[in-house]
Design a protein around this ligand. Structure first.
Ligand SMILES: Nc1ncnc2c1ncn2[C@@H]1O[C@H](COP(=O)(O)OP(=O)(O)OP(=O)(O)O)[C@@H](O)[C@H]1O
Ligand SMILES: [Mg+2]
Length: 852
């Protein structure tokens, strides 16, 4: 018995069929219109229609619905792409669809629910991602499986219980399963794709709607206001904070939060998936818009550090799959001029490194991009540098700046980031300085009056309020539930006798130079030499110094005089002499202990010469390793990362230059990480240390930070955690050239060497603990009272877990030499007990909901 379809439903589907033949954006518009119509019907009503009534489509004959079919009788559903069967070499997929497999039969449906084909000859057990086969006259490829729990509650009924096209039913008998010799991957235009599920699906993420002011400004043609949804295939994968982030970014770049300004800063802490949030924003922006479903964006420019270009490409592939969108990467082979020749329809997204952008700027500026995404955008904190200037001159209004470590203590840099995304939103710099910066900075001075303090707080809140509309920051705690446990420890390594002697000689050389006007010793050189001695004395090129030659600078010749007595006792130092460096010895032991338990490790240093030493060590110990530094080509970077992260990787060690790859990389192949030296800028260290405790990590994570006891390394570390230490120092970290301007007194403090201390940092806490692991509670309370958080709270962030002030370090477990065996064993440093003078340790317990 045949039934006729309900008129409203018939009308809806007529729209789809007529519209789907049209090129984009009409095709997409019709889909959204359909979505809107559907959204007026409650899910209950839809399922009622679906199960009890039949539907007829234009050109179809209605047949009775099998009312016995229920949601529970469906075995599996798959998201698929489909096209007509053809022998053409280059053909394109025609659209997204859904394949419903049930009792050895499959039904292929398009987005609207129209049946495109059936087959009863497939072995549904064999269906998997990438399977290619025929259903009726349509060629189909499986994109992914829709798990039952992810399937929208009404989707299966809705898709299943509608009428079928009798022709298609007949052709289903001709279906063939062609896994043996699959044809080449079909090309397709990304725009043909539409939502996998309709808006009646509760799981779809719906974007905020524009208000009247927005419509007045942006909807001049008075098109219908349409709902904008993020496709289910993506929204089902997102964490809740990512959904919130996408809505936020969408409303910023479309002027829904503020019609005047279209920029946003996503300042989520490291590892929260800023890349995925942007990919979703890109996808939604290219496909849809709030008026008549017409997108505001046709082309997107993504600028990223060179080490992350391939990572972005990989993430696009992972989250969208290339059937949907293949971004165009600029590299040695693919030029910007090549991209310019491609239509936005086929390649709407271009990914380029900051360096390449500077090189090919003229070509880039001629391309009409409507959305700019700058990854690791903190590098734009100086608006005078070339890259910031070039990027601000691109005529792209919609801008998203991503940074895990926004500038928190320098309001001028903060201004630069704001000015980049939303020029003028906080006035000119001189206005900003007068109104915000001066009072806020003044209120952070320890001895400021109550009045100044109050004014600073008010202005700080006002700035917060102003920036909240376009800056979003969430802390790592938000993804704790998806991560295993983490232990972070700072290990203080007692310097070797040779290190101590060299160190003292260099310091006295500097002290003597203060007395002698003819001797001008640049203190930066002294800092560099002392840091090298801490890593390994070999790094100061002792060989070169001791074989005096004419190419030596006056500085080196003078230094040699001071070092000579020490060097006399050590005739030569070879690469294998790790016993001259305490940190190297601890590292050596750590590697052996980890190898024994089969845990892999990332070793990070700011110095490539130190990476060379690690390499020598690995070679001697016959450890398989990979290395990523500034010399690794952009194209090879992803390859090394993937090789390391692959589940059966043979590589035990990953050597990483903090400068070349400290940001953005995911190195979840390792469960251990050593930061061997440190930077003046705590944010750089934080970036480097965040490479392994990220989504996808299944093992418990250990982060080790090695410091040479009593040395300049401790002083730098203290500066990182205490804003009062060296408070008057102005430290400009300008890319690779730090300029440290310090008074003589501050320099004396910096160079003051205390090798006999177990930990100067612990002494600084004035902690009464016996070093047995239990922190002294009284000091924690006292510190909390006395020490105001000197971070300028211009971001609305919650308490950061990483140590950003002394009182937080006081809360960590601390152990002084001799450290308990059990602790050493747990940290895999039991063979280094004697060399370790002190350990601070912090444990972040795994969430009870985390599943390995
Ligand atoms: N919803 C998710 N489900 C599973 N994995 C996810 C999800 N979101 C992100 N990830 C994964 O988490 C890892 C970290 O994401 P991503 O690199 O985007 O972080 P980030 O915020 O950019 O951090 P950083 O500031 O260090 O660059 C990536 O491997 C990414 O694929
Ligand atoms: Mg990132």
């Amino acid at each position: 018995m045949r039934r006729t379809q309900a008129p409203s439903q018939c009308h809806r589907n007529k729209n789809i069929n007529a519209e789907s033949k049209k090129p984009f954006p009409e095709a997409s518009r019709s889909t959204t219109q359909l979505l809107n119509l559907l959204s007026y019907e409650s899910p209950e009503k839809l399922s009622h229609v679906d199960t009890k009534e039949s539907a007829t489509y234009p050109g179809e004959t209605s047949i009775p619905i099998n009312t016995a079919v229920t949601h529970t009788s469906i075995e599996k559903q798959y998201n698929v792409v489909w096209s007509k069967q053809t022998k053409k070499k280059h053909k394109t997929w025609e659209g997204d669809g859904i394949l419903i497999a049930e009792n050895d039969a499959v039904i292929l449906k398009d987005q609207s629910g129209s049946i495109l084909g059936r087959s009863s000859k497939l072995n549904i057990q064999n269906l998997e991602e990438g399977s290619r086969f025929l259903v009726g006259s349509k060629e189909v490829e499986i994109i992914d499986i829709v798990s039952r729990e992810n399937a929208p509650p009404n989707s299966s009924n809705q898709l299943l219980n509608i009428s079928t096209d009798t022709d298609e039913v007949k052709s289903s008998d001709n279906s063939t399963y062609c896994t043996l010799n699959p044809p080449k991957r079909l090309k397709r235009s990304w725009k043909n794709f539409t939502s996998t599920f309709n808006s009646a699906n509760v799981e779809c993420l719906t974007m905020p709607k524009p208000n009247h002011a927005h419509q007045w400004k942006y909807n001049k043609k008075q098109l219908p206001v349409t709902d904008v949804h993020l496709d289910f295939f993506l929204s089902k994968l997102l964490r809740p904070h990512q959904k919130e982030g996408i809505s936020f970014l969408y409303s910023c770049v479309n002027g829904i939060r503020d019609t005047e300004y279209l920029g946003a800063i996503l300042a989520d802490e490291m590892g929260l998936g800023k890349t995925l949030q942007c990919i979703a924003l890109v996808w939604i922006s290219l496909k849809n818009g709030p008026y008549g479903s017409i997108p505001f964006v046709q082309r997107v420019l993504i600028v990223t550090p060179s080490s992350l270009v391939s990572n972005w490409f990989k993430e696009f592939r992972q989250w969208l799959t290339f059937q949907r969108l293949t971004p165009f990467i600029i590299n040695q082979k693919q030029k910007v001029s090549d991209y310019a020749k491609l239509t936005a329809t086929h390649r709407p997204v271009m990914i380029i490194s900051y360096e390449m952008l500077m090189r090919y700027y003229d070509d880039v500026k001629n391309i009409n991009f409507q959305l700019l995404i700058c990854d690791e955008g903190h590098r734009l904190k100086n608006n005078q540098n070339r890259i910031s200037t070039l990027l601000s001159h691109l005529e792209i209004e919609r801008k998203v700046l991503l940074t895990g470590t926004p500038v928190q203590n320098n309001l001028q840099e903060f201004f630069a980031l704001i000015e980049f995304v939303n020029p003028g939103i906080v006035g000119t710099y001189s206005e900003f300085k007068k109104y915000f910066e001066v009072p806020i900075v003044a209120s952070n001075q320890p001895q400021c009056s109550e009045e100044i303090k109050k004014l600073g707080e008010v202005r700080s809140q006002e700035l917060n309020h102003k920036t909240n509309s376009f800056i979003l920051r969430r802390t790592q705690s938000i993804i704790d539930q998806y991560l295993p446990s983490k232990q972070e420890c700072v290990i203080f390594c007692s310097p070797t006798h040779f290190q101590s002697e060299l160190y003292k000689a260099v310091v006295s050389f500097w002290e003597d130079s203060l007395e002698d006007d003819t001797l001008k010793v640049p203190h930066l050189n002294v800092i560099t030499i002392l840091k090298k001695i801490c890593n390994h004395p070999k790094l100061i090129k002792i060989g070169k110094l001791s074989n005096e030659n004419s190419s030596m600078s006056i500085f080196e010749k003078m230094l040699l005089n001071y070092l000579q007595p020490v060097l006399k006792n050590v005739p030569s130092i070879t690469d294998s002499d790790i016993e001259h460096s305490s940190k190297m010895m601890v590292l050596d032991n750590l590697l052996s202990e980890l190898k024994a338990i089969n845990e892999r490790i990332v070793l990070i240093s700011y110095s490539t010469r130190t990476l060379d030493l690690f390499e020598d060590l690995c070679n001697r110990k016959q450890f398989c390793f990979l290395r990523l530094d500034g010399n690794t080509s952009v194209s090879a970077r992803n390859e090394v990362v993937e090789k390391f992260n692959s589940p059966n990787s043979k590589y035990f060690v990953f050597l990483l230059s903090a400068k070349a790859g400290g940001v953005g990389l995911n190195l979840i192949g390792a469960s251990r990480l050593v930061l061997f030296d440190l930077d003046w800028n705590p944010a750089s260290d934080l970036q480097a240390m965040s490479r392994i405790w990220r989504d996808g990590q299944k093992k418990n994570v250990y982060i080790y930070r090695l410091l040479t006891t009593g040395s300049i390394e401790e002083k730098i570390y203290q500066r990182q955690i205490s804003k009062t230490f060296l408070s008057n120092a102005i430290i400009d970290i300008d890319q690779n050239a730090p300029h440290v301007r310090l008074s003589v007194e501050e320099l004396k403090d910096l160079f003051n060497y205390c090798p006999d201390s177990k930990s100067l940092t612990h002494e600084m806490l004035m902690c009464n603990c016996s070093g047995d692991g239990v922190p002294d509670v009284s000091i924690i309370e006292e510190n909390d009272d006395n020490e105001r958080d000197s971070q300028l709270s211009v971001m609305h962030h919650k308490k950061i877990k990483n140590v950003s002030k002394i009182s937080e370090l006081a809360e960590w477990d601390h152990f002084s030499n001799p450290v308990a065996e059990s602790v050493l064993e747990e940290l895999c440093v039991k063979t280094s007990g004697e060399k370790i003078s002190f350990i601070f340790r912090n444990k972040y317990a795994e969430s009870t909901s985390f599943q390995k």
